[in-house]
Ligand binder design. Structure first.
Ligand SMILES: C[S@@+](CC[C@H](N)C(=O)[O-])C[C@H]1O[C@@H](n2cnc3c(N)ncnc32)[C@H](O)[C@@H]1O
Length: 423
């Protein structure tokens, strides 16, 4: 028995190895155990064979692991559109890059730079799942670089006509990859136009009258996270002002995990044209941490719902500097009267009566004056997520997620009430 215990301890190594190999998708691990009996030869010469069993139920987190994190050797389920023929019948040809072939490096240099991306109207998409989603949404591929032919063969053939297919070494892809686990395929696509895209039906079915406006957001990780939350909440559009990081920057794509093909994203908008992208009667609310020193205090005015924003002007640095001199000439109390007067309300009180757009301020300067003006002109408010005194502000992606999912909750409650009233 002692030997057996010892043996089992020794035997756990190969079992653990199995778990670690498949840790990104618990279901596959269970299937692997089912398929192959485990045969362990102990140092004593004893052989123990474990018949395939039901296996341990996958951990919830593992079972829900995103398909965007698939390992290169896992088969990808791609629902093919009506394919006219098989790969063999299609007559599609691919090139094999020979040593010294610079096509991959020259294309990568272009698509990794924002000015080049904008000039050429091309973007880089990496990974089998993201590429499959982009094709499904109607994005137009130009070139595919891949390390194994099977990665190309699993894409819908009808989308590959006229696309350059270039087989390169996996190491070359790895050198240019932005992924932690490079997947052996990169695609150069025409920059997608949200008007021409087809978003997934399930996404469209869950759309809410909720929009997000990103105001000068600079961090690619934050923007990607925000896009992922926006898609998850059922946001109908994400608008990005000029000054935001490019939504098609590889790091944004990586953090967004496919959200680019689930929710319309409109890049590079100036504040004059931005209102054209809002549905009629939209109210614009600004997410506002309300400042460093006086977080918020109780107000006597019932309309304030208990909150006032004491420091509301102090962060508008650049505008303040410009007007400071002019204000010196004004009568006491008259200064800054031109700044928008916006009520503050706690984020968990109703703000989704009309179609709502939430503005999230940038990491460094927070909200712009233009965002406050738009909120004022649409009769919106400042939404405050109260935090413990002494804590300055939340991360912009966190604040955006909290507000979007609170908006979703409010809309769900309203829908439940109105369906109860009808019945
Ligand atoms: C990191 S904060 C900006 C910090 C910036 N230094 C400032 O003082 O405005 C980024 C954005 O997240 C949102 N935000 C952060 N904390 C918030 C809170 N407690 N309530 C509402 N919005 C918040 C706001 O839109 C803010 O502009």
């Amino acid at each position: 028995m002692a030997a057996l215990v010892k043996g089992w301890r020794w035997a756990t190594r190969p079992l653990l190895w199995v778990v670690q190999t498949w840790d990104l998708d618990g279901r596959r691990w269970v299937r692997a155990l089912r398929r192959s009996p485990v045969r362990v030869v102990f140092p004593s010469g004893q052989v123990v064979e474990r018949k395939p069993g039901p296996g341990k139920q996958p951990q919830r987190a593992a079972a829900e692991a995103s398909p965007y994190e698939q390992r290169p050797n896992q088969p990808l389920q791609v629902s093919r559109s009506q394919t006219p023929c098989t790969w063999e019948e299609s007559g599609l040809r691919y090139d094999k890059a020979l040593p010294g072939d610079r096509r991959l490096s020259s294309v990568m240099t272009i698509v990794k730079s924002r000015p080049f991306r904008e000039k050429q109207g091309k973007i880089l998409l990496e990974g089998r799942r993201l590429i499959a989603d982009a094709l499904k949404a109607g994005a137009v591929p130009k070139v595919f670089f891949f390390s194994r032919l099977e990665y190309i063969k699993e894409l819908p053939i009808d989308k590959l006509k006229g696309v350059s297919l270039i087989k390169v070494k996996f190491e070359d892809i790895k050198d240019w990859s932005d992924l932690v686990t490079p997947q052996g395929i990169m695609g150069i696509f025409a920059k997608p136009d949200h008007v021409k895209m087809t978003y997934p039906e399930t996404q469209l079915r869950h759309l809410l009258p909720l929009l997000l406006i990103c105001d000068n957001l600079r961090d690619p990780g934050n923007l990607g996270t925000i896009l992922r939350s926006a898609a998850g909440a059922g946001c109908s559009k994400v608008l990005l002002t000029k000054g935001c990081v490019d939504a098609w920057e590889p790091k944004v794509l990586r953090a967004a995990m496919g959200a680019h093909f689930q929710v319309p994203i409109i890049n590079n908008l100036d504040w004059e044209t931005l209102p054209n992208y809002l549905p009629t009667n939209t109210r614009v609310y600004v997410a506002d941490n309300c400042g460093l020193h006086a977080q918020a205090q109780m107000s006597n005015k019932a309309s304030d719902h208990g909150w006032v924003c004491e420091r509301r002007l102090s962060r508008l640095h650049k505008y303040e500097e410009e007007v400071e001199e002019e204000e010196d000439d004004l009568e006491p109390g008259a200064g800054k009267a031109w700044l928008p007067e916006l009520e503050v309300q706690s984020y968990d009180l109703d703000w989704t009566e009309a179609p709502a757009a939430v503005v999230i301020g940038g990491e460094t300067h927070g909200l712009s004056l233009e965002s406050l003006q738009l909120a004022e002109s649409t009769r919106g408010k400042r939404l405050l997520i109260p935090v413990v005194p002494g804590v300055d502000s939340l991360n912009s992606a966190m604040a955006a997620s909290i507000l979007l999912f609170e908006g979703k909750r409010q809309l769900r409650v309203k829908a439940e009430h109105s369906s109860r009233d009808r019945s």
